[in-house]
Design a protein around this ligand. Sequence first.
Ligand code: GYE
Length: 319
Amino acid sequence: MKRKVIALFLILAVVAGTAFANGQQEAADGGKKVVGFSQCDSQQAWRWAETESVKQEAAKRGYELKYNDAQAVQANQIAAIRSFIAQGVDGILLAPQVMTGFGPVLEEAKEAGIPVVLLDRLVAEDEDLFFTFIGSDFVWEGEEMAKIVVEETGGKARIAELQGTPGADPTIDRKKGFENVINEYPDMQIILSQTGDFNRTKGKEVMEAFMKAEGNNIDVIYCHNDDMAIGAIQAVREYGLEPGQDIKIYSIDGIKDAFQAMVDGDLNAVVECTPLLGPQGFDALEAAWRGETLPKWVMSEDGIFRMDEAAALIDGRAY
Ligand code: GYE
């Protein structure tokens, strides 16, 4: 009997000791950090890669991640950010759908003392309302793409353009950058231009309409992202022309499917735009938590890839 009491006492002591030790540790490091990630859309391969990168990095660093997919509706995204604020998260990663309309909710996050890091797209709001923007130089992407098109067409082409989501900075700047270059060449002309919403299905639908209207007059298709290019390739083929040959096709992002399309001879070149922003996103939040400042734009390094390089590189692509 006595021995049982002692044993029970020892067990209780060990349990209590462990609880105390855990409590101390939590107090010392403030507990597990909670981060909200508001993703604007999940209908694109590029965004799956970005979401994976964020999820993996959160797990690696031991943070709890609250994930919300706004399904391409800005109101959903604003509601998600409000809910993150109400839950008292320690930081927010925001991949915004468009540039405008986020001011009020960003004010609310600021008042709550929650740092917001913008991933992959910028907002047209006061710079004090976000900690930093991590993403690519979209004007550069458009310019580099146009230089390749000029080179591969001898500076003479009738171009159909598939634009991204209206009001998003990659759409605005990829158009601007491309036009900066082709405006120097009188025989380079955009004859059709419409949004395909950065989306494979819509890209295909718009391209089908373009083919019906001008099928045999199009020399080049410039797509603001790879997903739309994959849709455009299908539309060109269904129309009875050979993508990559009869009509040259160019796009931005560098997803695996685009590399495969280059290997297959359907896509002529891509300018890269990396979606692997998780590590930098959490580095930025940690800097904010330490009270440091970062430049308002942490620019990604991107590459340029032509059709003939794709076969050697496809296996090494991380997304
Ligand atoms: O190119 C596209 C995505 O904002 C950089 O948006 C991103 C772009 C990317 O939907 O595929």
